[in-house]
Write a protein that binds this ligand. Structure first.
Ligand SMILES: Nc1ncnc2c1ncn2[C@@H]1O[C@H](COP(=O)(O)OP(=O)(O)OP(=O)(O)O)[C@@H](O)[C@H]1O
Length: 309
């Protein structure tokens, strides 16, 4: 169990984290979600021990990070957002290099490298230079480097950014298999669909503050509103004027509503009175993206990031 208690972190005068309180249960996959600059990486770096100067307390199984740093670091594997590999070396030699940094012996390492290469699905490329790898293969190897010392907590910062669909699938399968082994995973992403699919619990961070958190089903249940999506050549913001929570989404608009059937009726009346015929009209239950918009008033995609493919 990881307890994050009242954590605050500032860079100079800029406050990156404010009074963060979170509990992450053992053996769960915890999704940390928020827009660029929300504070996700800062929190992850605190959990990994890269950032040592902060206020508040982080406890792992009741041992404080401040007083048990080395022992805790040995239990944690960190996959940084930026790929950190030596391009001129082979996959095996990269793993060897990282294993040495973790202080693993030669004999331990040889066995672990073979296991890790199998886990990340790169056993047939172990002797290939990393410079010949696709972005997705590099990401998988980057994850492999964090698994060498067999940590029971794995922290992954945006592990699917810039990967092809095949590697994304391989990363998802890897995460599922780590979960099945009982590992605790902390997974940061701005791809809401991924988080909803993979994670058992979630924390939304916005401007350094936790704005919602809890088990996934509880969070979805707490915000059990619906969302109506409408699209068409004649459907413009002016036509939809007056509908609350109106948001541009893709080629159309979404309207969040607690009373979806009533809102649908109002829409139908409004379209009829304006002689507008929509080409698509869909009703869906609250998804994480809608909940985030509702809580913060912004979409993650407003921040200039792409959606998951
Ligand atoms: N070393 C630093 N010095 C000064 N400010 C920093 C530093 N690192 C982060 N920040 C600032 O702290 C805030 C939180 O940054 P952080 O990287 O934790 O956000 P994030 O949610 O991980 O965003 P991203 O998804 O872009 O990585 C941002 O405003 C960022 O500019």
């Amino acid at each position: 169990m990881i307890h994050i208690q009242n954590v605050k972190k500032s860079y100079g005068t800029h406050c990156a984290l404010q009074d963060v309180e979170l509990t992450i249960a053992k053996g769960t996959c915890f999704g940390l979600v928020g827009p660029n600059g929300a504070g996700k990486s800062t929190l992850m770096k605190i959990l990994v021990g890269i950032l040592e100067e902060y206020e508040g307390e982080v406890l792992l199984d009741n041992a404080t990070f401040h007083h048990n740093r080395l022992a805790i670091k040995r239990r944690i594997g960190y996959v940084p957002q930026d790929i950190c590999l030596e391009e001129t070396l082979t996959a095996r030699d990269n793993l060897l290099l990282f294993g040495r940094l973790y202080g693993l012996s030669k004999s331990q390492l040889s066995k672990r490298i073979t296991e890790v290469l199998r886990k990340i699905g790169l056993e047939d490329r172990e002797k290939s230079s990393v410079s010949t790898f696709s972005g997705g293969m590099k990401r998988r190897l980057n994850i492999g480097c964090a698994l060498l010392h067999d940590p029971d907590i794995i922290i992954l910062d945006e592990p699917t950014v810039g990967v092809d669909p095949q590697s994304r699938r391989a990363i998802f399968e890897l995460i599922h298999s780590l979960k099945n082994e009982g590992k605790t995973l902390i997974y940061s992403s701005h791809y809401m669909e991924e988080v909803e699919q993979l994670c058992d619990a979630i924390g939304f961070i916005d401007q350094g503050k936790v704005v919602e958190h809890g088990p996934m089903q509880e969070v979805l249940g707490r915000h059990h509103h619906s969302s109506i999506y409408v699209e068409g050549k004649q459907v413009t913001a002016e036509v939809l004027q007056g509908f609350p929570s109106l948001k541009e989404q893709g080629a159309g608009f979404s309207i969040v509503s607690d009373e979806p059937l009533e809102t649908l009726e109002q829409l139908a009346r409004s379209f009829a009175s304006q002689a507008v015929l929509p080409e698509r009209l869909e009703l869906s239950q609250a998804r994480l993206e809608d909940i985030f918009i509702r809580l913060t008033g912004t979409s993650l995609r407003d921040t200039g990031m792409e959606g998951a493919s």
